[in-house]
Design a protein around this ligand. Structure first.
Ligand code: SAM
Length: 315
């Protein structure tokens, strides 16, 4: 098992996981092919419905066996098989905590029906009573705080909704786009999941690693990872992506690398230009407060310090 950690392994996830004896993953994120005819390097993404459902049972079962007793299991899936995934999860004894809808911008345009612009993300746990969920790491300022100046607003912000807006599909022109994988997930989405459902040093497994997004997000948040992918080409490219990432010393001004990573994640969750926040006293105070909450109030951050960091990011 040890030899899989912090690697993208080339192989079939059912076979690779079948050889593992002990549960090792605190968190699993799976984004399988959706059986809608995408063009992958090695995988044929259009098989008979009954074969796809049987295969889904197999890989979900293989994942469940390596999930730790207090672990969490997220699955991204399209409309056609979402109901099947839920039924299989019930059969495996997984407990559903959220059925998240990821609503993305840049949906696929179609002539004869509404544009497809969402993906289902199931959030399951092994044990409905014992699991990791770091609410402070994902809270955002509430509308009561941002818009209504409502005294009932909670100082620590609110939990994000279970409909996730604003993480766009990673399109061709995006800086984040690797260019060699047909359906790369945004890092911002993976970071929210990893921050909420794992702790530093935990192991995050992605059985369908693709471009290596889950591993990239895990590295930036100080988690271990295991990626599995059938295409050698994708494995090679994902390893390059990770090597580049590990080579970067990403810190900003007086903020440490960990603070910088959290700072960027909050900025992306709040979805307001850094310039607007830095130039508005109330927004700056809310941002600073939320940042302190996310950093577990380990330190008192000064408004001036946050304004400078915001300027470096976007002004
Ligand atoms: C939807 S993509 C994952 C994209 C990934 N979330 C990302 O952000 O890049 C699914 C990936 O699963 C791979 N795959 C298909 N069958 C597999 C299997 N049995 N074991 C491992 N990988 C597989 C495909 O080659 C493809 O890269």
């Amino acid at each position: 098992m040890r030899k899989l950690v912090n690697r993208i392994v080339c192989g079939d996830c059912i076979e690779v996981l079948g050889k593992v004896r002990e549960p090792f993953a605190e968190l699993i994120f799976a984004d399988p092919p959706f059986n809608i005819g995408y063009k992958y390097d090695k995988y044929q993404d259009k098989v008979k419905r009954k074969n796809y459902i049987a295969w889904t049972k197999d890989w979900m079962g293989a994942c469940k066996k390596v999930l730790k007793p207090e672990g969490s299991f997220y699955i991204a899936i399209g409309d056609d098989y979402a109901a099947n995934v839920k039924v299989i999860a019930d059969e495996l004894g997984l407990v559903m905590r959220n059925w998240i809808i990821w609503h993305y911008t840049f949906g696929q345009q179609m002539k004869n029906k509404f544009a497809r612009s969402h993906t289902h993300i199931f959030y399951f746990v092994n044990d409905g009573k014992k699991f990791t969920f770091n609410d402070r790491a994902v809270r955002v300022p509430s509308d009561r705080q941002l818009t209504y100046n409502d005294s009932r607003a909670k100082a620590e912000g609110k939990m994000p909704d279970d409909v996730w807006n604003g993480d766009p599909r990673v399109c061709g022109t995006f800086k984040e786009r690797t260019g060699w994988h047909p359906c790369q997930m945004p890092e911002s989405l993976l970071k929210r999941i990893i921050a909420a459902s794992s702790n530093a040093g935990d192991c995050v497994l992605d059985p369908f690693s693709g471009s290596g997004t889950t591993a990239a997000a895990a590295v930036q948040l100080g988690r271990d990872y295991v990626g599995i992918e059938v295409s050698e080409k994708y494995v090679e490219n994902a390893e390059k992506r990770l090597a580049e990432l590990k080579g970067q010393r990403d810190s900003n001004g007086d903020l440490s690398a960990a603070e910088t990573s959290e700072f960027k994640r909050l900025l992306s969750d709040i979805k307001m230009p850094a310039k607007e926040i830095a130039g508005n006293e109330k927004l700056l105070a809310l941002f600073t407060n939320q940042f302190s909450v996310r950093m577990n109030n380990q330190k008192r951050y000064k408004l001036k310090e946050m304004a400078t960091a915001l300027k470096d990011f976007g002004c």
